[in-house]
Design a protein. Structure first.
Length: 340
């Protein structure tokens, strides 16, 4: 009875924290529920997010610009046991190297000219919570050893101080760059890469999940209309089909930009195909990474195995028979794809 009561109190406390967060943010969905999607591809990504959220391990979030890497980072925090602690984000490419060290690690009073008071730094401010290092591909090479030490030792040495300070921060990193290539080029430390990429989550481009476009339009059109203080228009089927056929090099960010411009310039109750204010994109060379047959086959295989496991209720023997592969091969693939 004592254990049961303690468990009930813990559950009530967790529910209370989540309810308070929802009230503070206007009752909007949190975690993976806040990421609008309809495609199997994104569902697979979000299943990985939910699993990764429960562990304190570092996560590297990659994907083209505008795919929602920060949104995924916030979902990782919201789904984690740290959800009631701070979530802080810093754009590593927006701050000069000389200032970034102080911004991240802090400094003591008088550590350098202009340091008229002590600064805790983002690692100190995020203690107990989560810190997102956005655009980690642009992190200065000269500061990478210090970041590596923080990840390894879980302690920060502020500028001007001789003694380190322990910190408990889960580090997430995001980038649109190929960090493996940066390692090969000598602009990113290999040991830091492996520290950051304990778990890797890759977000697909919008043109790889066009079935999500209708869901994104349904979700964001009312929000944009409310911000513009106008009635919510109806998106015609022809207009929606045209959106689904666009290349979207700017991904979700570009789609939302197009929706906002269209709502500003079109005051009709129904948005027709000709009302869409689309961007003119020059013919860009095809990205070789999107033509990877190996990656496409892996994604297809992962989805088939996941669906078969759902049908059999997780029975691997029956799943292997459905997929017409050996049980040993299935067990290996389940482990390799993180489906177990």
């Amino acid at each position: 009875m004592t254990v049961r009561k303690a468990e009930e109190r813990l559950q009530l406390r967790q529910e209370n924290v989540q309810l308070k967060k929802n009230v503070r943010r206007g009752g909007r969905p949190q975690g993976v529920a806040a990421i609008v999607h309809r495609s199997v591809l994104m569902q697979s990504v979000l299943e990985t997010v939910q699993k990764a959220a429960q562990a304190p391990a570092a996560v590297l979030i990659t994907g083209p610009t505008g795919t929602g890497k920060e949104l995924v980072a916030r979902a990782l925090h919201a789904e984690s046991p740290r959800c009631d602690k701070p979530f802080l984000a810093v754009n590593c490419s927006a701050i000069p190297a000389g200032l970034l060290e102080s911004e991240l690690f802090g400094h003591s009073k008088g550590a350098f000219t202009g340091a008229d008071r002590a600064r805790n730094g983002l690692f100190g401010a995020a203690d107990g919570g989560t810190l997102l290092l956005d655009e980690i591909g642009d992190f200065p090479l000269e500061l990478q050893p210090k970041l590596l030490r923080v990840l390894q030792e879980r302690e920060v040495r502020r500028i001007g101080e001789s003694q380190p300070t322990p910190v408990d921060v889960r580090v997430l990193a995001a980038t649109a760059k190929d960090l493996r290539q940066a390692v090969a080029d000598g602009t990113f430390r290999e040991d830091l890469f492996y520290r950051l990429a304990v778990i890797a989550i890759e977000l697909p481009a919008l043109n790889q999940r066009s079935e999500d476009i209708s869901a994104l339009v349904e979700s964001y059109l009312p929000r944009i209309a409310a911000r513009l203080k106008r009635p919510v228009p109806i998106m015609s089927p022809e207009a929606l089909r045209k959106l689904e056929k666009q290349p979207w090099p700017g991904n979700v960010r570009e789609l939302l930009n197009v929706l906002e411009k269209t709502l500003v310039l079109c005051r009709e109750e129904t948005i027709k195909e000709g009302d869409l204010v689309l961007h003119d994109h020059p013919q860009a060379p095809i990205d070789p990474s999107t033509l990877s047959l190996k990656r496409a086959m892996e994604n297809l295989e992962r989805d088939f195995i996941r669906k078969a496991l759902e049908i059999t209720g997780g029975n691997k023997t029956q799943t292997a028979k459905i997929l017409e592969i050996s049980l040993r091969s299935l067990i290996y693939k389940v482990k390799d794809y993180g489906l177990g």
